[in-house]
Design a protein around this ligand. Sequence first.
Ligand code: ARG
Length: 577
Amino acid sequence: MAATFPALIQPRLLAALQASSVADLLPDGFMPSVDPAQNPQFGDYQTNAAMVLAKQAKKNPRELAAEIVEKFESDNLTETPEIAGPGFINFRLKKEVLEQRTLDLLADSDRLGVDKVADPKKIVIDFSAPNVAKPMHVGHIRGTIIGDSLSRVADFLGHEIISDNHIGDWGTQFGMILYGWKNVLDEKALEADPVPELLRVYKAINQLCEDEPELRETCKAELVKLQSGDEENLKIWEKCVEVSKIGLQKIYDKLDITFDHWLGESFYNDKLQPLVDDLLERKIATESDGAVCIFFPDHKKLADQPPAIIQKGDGGFLYATTDLATIDYRIKEFGADTLWYVVGIPQQLHFDQLFEASRMIGNDVELQFIPFGSILGKDRKMFKTRDGDTVQLDDVLNESVARAYKIVDEKNPDFPEEEKQEIARTIGIGAVKYSELSQFRLTDYIFDWDNMLALKGNTAPYLLNAYVRTRAIFRKMGSDFEGTDVITLTEAAETTLALKLAQYAEIVPMILSDFRPNTLATYIYELATTYHKFWEACPVLKADGDVKATRLALCELTGRVLKHALSLLGIQTTEKM
Ligand code: ARG
């Protein structure tokens, strides 16, 4: 595939700058920026280079812009650039260029114009990571959906991506679980549906501990027994982990999410003591008040914070110890050069310390903390159920599908039952994912069923409906898209759509620059509205000849890009709705 339009304009613009009176001001390796035009009336792309350089040279920006335009050799890529406002230079692509690009995109059905990165990395992505026998709550919803989308994008861009679900399967919660298992477990309920029963047990003991704080010691004793290898407790623990994994897997299946590995915290148990010993020996860790700690006296941000504790006075290890062992494993066993952690913002300090400790250890690896904010209820407080309980991901999914079913059933009462259910599933799951991914990850967003499932606006149902529309044309015509050798863009709505389609190649690589799937969501929404305008302005089946062929091609290509872009968000499409 040819380069993106900004990448084609840039060298031509650079040559013009080098031939201009500000040539001396250009630093080595300089590349002027070229962005989509803010106002499409003036052009397709724009640059502010003349304004930036005029300021440095103390020149009149519009005059400098005129000089640059004069020197600009378009080489049949664009019309003569135009100057707008305080000194923007606007570029409009030649119609033939956009027509040829549309043909190229039609032929490039796998990549739709998106190039692979030049420097693929080997990335381990750590996301979701719920805690066994504790509810997978809304905080985990965000990480699970964002992490999955980032994996899909990185994979498509040619990185080697290894997903690892670092579940919390060795936490202090097992003290209460073990005590509960021995005292309040309902075996029948466990057999019927283990995850809710484990949760009930956990909550029941948690409550008991509130009422009788002495019980905490008993629970702690169970935990210590487990940690020192007591056979009975190990068996119960194993069983808990096993049934929890099965329960989690069911949720991931609903979400169409898979992991390459599930190396939970317990996987690292036997690696912790050797790690601590080594760090002590290398003087990276020190003993302090009986505990083993890592101090960060030379670190600007961390120096004033408490140290990272990696072994308690009683010999127990901590979250940070496991994470240090995990980094080591991922580098040595997976050969990773990059580690991504998609975890909530409250863990910022933990990851700052972890990354700094890793640097002190001398690990050669790029570490990225990719945090996210919270989900709020309509009252702008933490999202809770009506009874004030934490909201569970599985319940959210089920309710979303049930609500989507109502919409599908109202619109298409005559669809076969199975089809209605299938469509409801696609819309319901897609709506949960899209309401997450259309937000910037650090924004605290308000969970609102009505907004999520609305048929109009920036929602999954609206986007899925746009896709359905691209498909409906071919159903009406009675045949699939048959290809075309000619594209002739005659109407403005066609040109705008063709340009938008070509810009998919510009958007996808941008997602990873700051880990923002919402950049892609915005693009999909804009593509859908652009298509909608085209659809209203340009009759397809009633047109003839090349015009009809062009319009069919634009419908086909829009369908392909919508489907592909949604798939990068982990959202499936439906042919009808
Ligand atoms: N289990 C943790 C939690 O629920 C998240 C783990 C994130 N990954 C990691 N390597 N620390 O808060």
